[in-house]
Every structure is written in C-alpha cells, then in structure tokens.
Design a protein around this ligand. Structure first.
Ligand SMILES: C[S@@+](CC[C@H](N)C(=O)[O-])C[C@H]1O[C@@H](n2cnc3c(N)ncnc32)[C@H](O)[C@@H]1O
Length: 218
C-alpha cells in the first residue's frame, strides 16, 4: 500500500498508520500528550527487571516501541548498549529528558517497527514490551519480518504481551497459538518458551495477565 505524502501537518510523518491508530483515530503520539499513558507506570516492568537480573539480555539491545523509555533506561543503566525506538515523538522527548536527568547513555530514535531495516543496525536482543499485542493479524507477520531483519542469528526476541488466559486479561489479549503462528515455522523465528507473566499499569498494581515469549532468531 502506498504511504501518504509527508507534510508538516501529517501526524504520521509519511508512514502508514498502524491498525491501532486507524481503530482509535489518533496517532500514538496523542497517548503521551495529556500526561502519562495508562501503561506508562514510571518504572521498568518487573518482568523486564527479572529478565535482566538473570543476564538474559545480550547487547546491543533494541527496545521496539520504547515509549518513555523506562525499560530501555533500566537496561542501559546496567551497562548494556541500548537503542529505543518509537513512532511517538512526545514519548521519545520524555525518554531523552529522563536519560539526561539520570545520566544514562541510551540512544532513542524515531523509527517504525515495521521498517526496522531502515536503521541499518543489528541487535543481539530485542525487547517488545506492549507493542506486539497492538498489532492486528495482517501486521503480525510484517512485524516479525521487520524485527528479524535487525536481529543477529541466534539472537533473542522477548515479547511481553497481554494474554487471553485470565484472570485479568488486558485490552489486547493474545493467544499462545497466535504467538506460535507468527513466530513459527514459516518465519525467521522459533518460539523457545511462553511463560505466564503480568504486565503492570498505572491503574492496576496486581497487573494484567500476560505472556512472556522467548523467541530465537534462526
Ligand atoms: C503500549 S505502549 C508500550 C510502551 C513501552 N514499551 C512501555 O512498556 O511503556 C506501545 C508503544 O509502541 C509504540 N508503537 C506503536 N506502533 C509502533 C510502530 N509501528 N513503530 C514504533 N513504535 C510503535 C507506541 O508509540 C507506544 O509507545
């Protein structure tokens, strides 16, 4: 599909709006304009902290859809080389301000997760915290191919997404079957494990039911 022309009043800056943006009628950036978004809990996700504490991240690390950067900043604070990308300029500005305040060295770039090859970079680990579950069926394979294009062979993609298995499923529940279909035999990926997790939000201390998928680039 052709992309709309880039103009100064184009909120999508020339990229194709995502299914979430088409459905909500708002660009992702709007979620960050009126104060913290529901998922922006002011710290890294506990699941990401646990993964990092057991040395699961091999650099360089890409945080795809990094939002205001709490996960990227946490990983960078541990000494990892980290690049966070997002399409929401407001989120990236907030993330850059936090990095400067905390004296953390991290790269925060505007980039479309469906065109990551444009970065011209390769990563040992990719973190997806809350992006995959916003993709519709048509977007999922395109996303998987895009992430594969920047991941070293043998590298790892961690997908933390809302799960369809309760209690307390989030707004975009994903099934294990869907994860396995997207990152299965016909992709450049192999699903290593899918574990039960929680995704914490600003409004729910207990968190919502989630999957943590560990996926290997083959
Ligand atoms: C639910 S939020 C999660 C943000 C962050 N990972 C966190 O845990 O706070 C999803 C993020 O993905 C970003 N996003 C959505 N579609 C994207 C795309 N095609 N390319 C890059 N970022 C995207 C949104 O702007 C948003 O910041």
């Amino acid at each position: 599909m052709s992309q709309p022309p880039e103009t100064s009043d184009d909120p999508f800056h020339g990229r194709r709006p995502t299914s979430h943006e088409r459905m909500s009628g708002r660009p992702w950036d709007a979620s960050y304009e009126d104060g913290p978004a529901p998922w922006d809990m002011g710290g890294p996700q506990p699941a990401v902290v646990r993964l990092a504490s057991r040395g699961a991240f091999e650099g360089p690390v890409l945080d795809a859809g990094c939002g205001t950067g709490e996960n990227a900043l946490h990983l960078a604070s541990l000494g990892l080389e980290v690049v966070g990308v997002d399409v929401a300029g407001t989120a990236l500005e907030i993330a850059r301000a936090k990095a400067a305040d905390r004296g953390i060295d991290v790269e925060l770039l505007t980039a479309d997760a469906f065109a990551l090859q444009d970065l011209g970079r390769r990563f040992g680990t990719v973190l997806d915290c809350g992006l995959f579950h916003t993709c519709d069926e048509e977007e999922r394979p395109r996303y998987a191919a895009s992430v594969a294009s920047v991941t070293e062979q043998g590298g790892t993609l961690f997908v933390l997404c809302f799960s369809d298995a309760g209690p307390g499923s989030g707004p975009h529940p994903v099934s294990q079957d869907s994860l396995r279909a997207t990152f299965g035999r016909r992709s450049d990926w192999e699903v290593a494990t899918i574990a039960r997790e929680r995704i914490h939000t600003r409004f729910d201390d207990a968190g919502a039911s989630a999957w943590l998928a560990t996926i290997t680039r083959v």
